[in-house]
Design a protein around this ligand. Structure first.
Ligand SMILES: [Zn+2]
Length: 80
């Protein structure tokens, strides 16, 4: 696929480039929306009276670890 897509800008009109750029933008939008939802959940937790996730949040040493704590709680249906 990389053989048919050249390095270009978003003004390129080649269908293959437009499709690749659209897919890239949709992936970036999905990631941004997931982050926004994740951090909204974290904010609601932090202003709540709950403390059950405190230790895991404090122990998180990276963004990915913190994301996993929030995603894990969300997957278990835990809502602030
Ligand atoms: Zn192009």
């Amino acid at each position: 696929m990389t053989d048919t897509i050249h390095t270009c800008s978003y003004s390129c009109g080649r269908p293959a480039c437009m499709n690749a750029q659209r897919a890239e933008l949709l992936a970036r939008l999905d990631a941004a929306e997931a982050d926004a939802e994740r951090y909204n959940t974290l904010a609601l937790y932090l202003i709540s009276t709950r403390t059950d996730l405190d230790d895991a949040i404090v122990a998180s040493e990276s963004k990915e670890a913190l994301d996993a704590v929030i995603d894990g709680a969300t997957a278990q249906g835990v809502k602030p």
